[in-house]
Write a protein that binds this ligand. Structure first.
Ligand SMILES: [Zn+2]
Length: 296
């Protein structure tokens, strides 16, 4: 693909710097130049739109895109499960997310089907089988751990900062459980637990930030209604600032995924995962058909 220039957008580059009106040149799926417009190549007019790097969701469950109860009781066919996964993958891209980390043991075929362009979706980094803490939502061994026991935020955060362990809070899933417990396919009794979780997560975010922990962003949405993925940024923006939420979803998440400088930033050499936004919708333009290999 020849060079193309995106002209006129207000560019927020993912670094936390103030927006600018720089011209972006892309070629062969990568950003090649910032600044000076040239006469060569296609010219894309983005006047009035805001450009960000493709967003990154560092905690997704594409594999849990079907109604949870029938799915877990094996009452849905493999074909239907695949159709639901692909629908979620396309909706994720349409929501402006061009990279996701799947923490739920997704079928590797989903990753390659998207990477080969057979279905629309974001670049998927798969973590393999689920691992979780006692009481986490992948834990089926015993009752959940009461949030009242989560009293050691400070010492945990200090240890995480010292060991360079990143935190990826996931407020969107908790918000969903609070407002539509049945819609998420779960018992109403979950709601009270979710209230405690939200309170403690808000505290944990503040403590972790103060301790200097690297803090990314994830949604952890499950089930068929994964259309509020961007809501995680709104929730974080309310607890921090909009720019901090955006940087968490771009540059910081890229670092956590071992993709620093490749995604999550608008800089020469990076993948041309670019999203244009207006007030009511997003338009994703991914010039890169080939996903990069994670460096770690
Ligand atoms: Zn999860």
């Amino acid at each position: 693909m020849g060079p193309a220039q995106v002209v006129g957008a207000t560019v927020i580059d993912g670094s936390g710097r103030d927006p600018s009106n720089v011209v972006i040149t892309v070629e062969n799926g990568r950003i090649t130049q910032l600044g000076a417009s040239s006469a060569h190549g296609e010219r894309l007019d983005a006047e009035g739109l805001t450009m960000t790097p493709g967003l990154i969701d560092a905690h997704v469950h594409l594999g849990l895109s079907s109604p949870i109860q029938p799915h877990f009781s094996f009452r849905i066919s493999a074909a239907e499960i695949a159709a639901d996964i692909f629908a979620t993958a396309g909706a994720t891209l349409d929501a402006g997310f061009t990279t996701v980390r799947d923490t739920g043991g997704i079928d590797g075929g989903v990753v390659t089907a998207i990477a080969k362009g057979k279905v629309r979706g974001p670049r998927v980094l798969s973590c393999g089988p689920v691992q979780c803490q006692i009481g986490g939502h992948g834990y089926y061994g015993a009752a959940w751990e009461p949030t009242g026991l989560w009293s050691s935020h400070q010492s945990t955060a200090t240890l995480m900062a010292a060991r360079e362990v990143a935190l990826v809070p996931t407020f969107a899933v908790v918000e969903r459980l609070l407002h539509d417990t049945a819609g998420a396919g779960l018992a109403e009794s979950i709601r009270d637990r979710a209230k405690g979780v939200r309170e403690q997560m808000t505290r944990a975010l503040a403590v972790a930030k103060h301790a200097g922990v690297r803090i990314g962003l994830g949604s952890d949405l499950i089930g068929p209604a994964q259309d509020r993925r961007g809501g995680e940024l709104s929730l974080r923006a309310a607890l921090e600032t909009p720019m901090e939420a955006l940087v968490a979803a771009t540059r910081t998440n890229a670092g956590i995924l071992g993709l620093s400088g490749q995604v999550g930033v608008i800089t020469p050499g990076a993948q041309a995962d670019l999203v244009l936004w207006n007030a009511t919708r997003s338009k994703t333009r991914n010039f890169s058909p080939t996903p990069p290999t994670p460096s770690s």
